[in-house]
Design a protein around this ligand. Sequence first.
Ligand code: NAD
Length: 326
Amino acid sequence: MKKIVLVGTGMVGMSFAYAALNQNLCDEFVLIDLNKKRAMGEAMDLNHGLAFSKSSMKIYAGEYSDCKDADIVVICAGVAQKQGETRPQLLNRNTAVFKSIVTPVCESGFEGIFLVATNPVDIMTRVTAELSGFPKHRVIGSGTTLDSARLRYLLGEYFDINTRSVHGYVMGEHGDSEFVPWSQALLATKPVNDIMLENPEKYQLSDLKKIEEEVRHSAYKIIEAKGATYYGIGMAIVQICRAVLQNENSILTVSCHLNGQYGRYGTFVGVPAIIDRSGVKDLMELSLTGKEMNKLIESCNTLDKYYEGIDLGNDEEKKGKNGKIG
Ligand code: NAD
């Protein structure tokens, strides 16, 4: 029996729930929100769609005690990014929200995997790891999975190739310091850099820069146009959950703990990681160029700086069990 508890039944949480129902992700799906009435209404609405779906999922609004035997607790609760607001500005508001969630989840006896989508996601994932005291491989953030999907979509459009045959990652913070390691971008197994060099009349390097910028600013653009982003991230969360529940060993750019990889300790950041039933099984450390490595280090430095500014109410908690920051 596969069970997921969703905390936060707002736009992101419910986009995830709707995609999960349509993709028959699990057997039991529990909805929790500060606004209990809303969670109940959402559960009713989803249940009324069961007759039209292939799923026989048990869906209900529940309590934190329901986390006890859950495989994954997905956290989408928090305050959404406002127009013009940077992700780090959300930090202090969302840290308080997380204290009120992670504590009762742990008190339930939960022994599964935390999956965090709330922004700033890399920092909220690290906050969840420290508040829960869970082994780091059992705390995952959505990281740059959505950004990597946006990159693959835009590259597919540019080269007129199906997105699924485009391979490339966005790495680093899910935010302003994220970057594309172009040395690792491929169409089928051919490096994008080679394709550019072979066709200078058709493709310009400046176009890749524009694509990278567009990926970085996608969220701002969507928020300006419709107030929030939710469908893409909802589907990204389904993919990460499926990788766990089905023990897929899929490689996704989730936000996860660095323990010496890329020369860093402590930071939670979006890097390619192998996801299986245990959570983050291992990291797939890429052979980045010197410039790309510098960008990753800068991004990690940015995240560490924001994390150091948080008041978790316990300095030892903030430093982590090994006392290392950065
Ligand atoms: P929303 O305002 O629609 O929903 C947030 C929900 O959280 C609300 O239902 C609210 O009642 C609930 N909530 C607030 N405090 C709570 C608490 N203490 N306990 C339980 N529930 C609580 O917001 P949204 O648009 O769904 O966005 C949610 C988060 O997801 C935001 O932080 C947003 O920035 C983030 N997000 C992340 C990505 C990504 O790629 N990781 C993409 C889009 C949005």
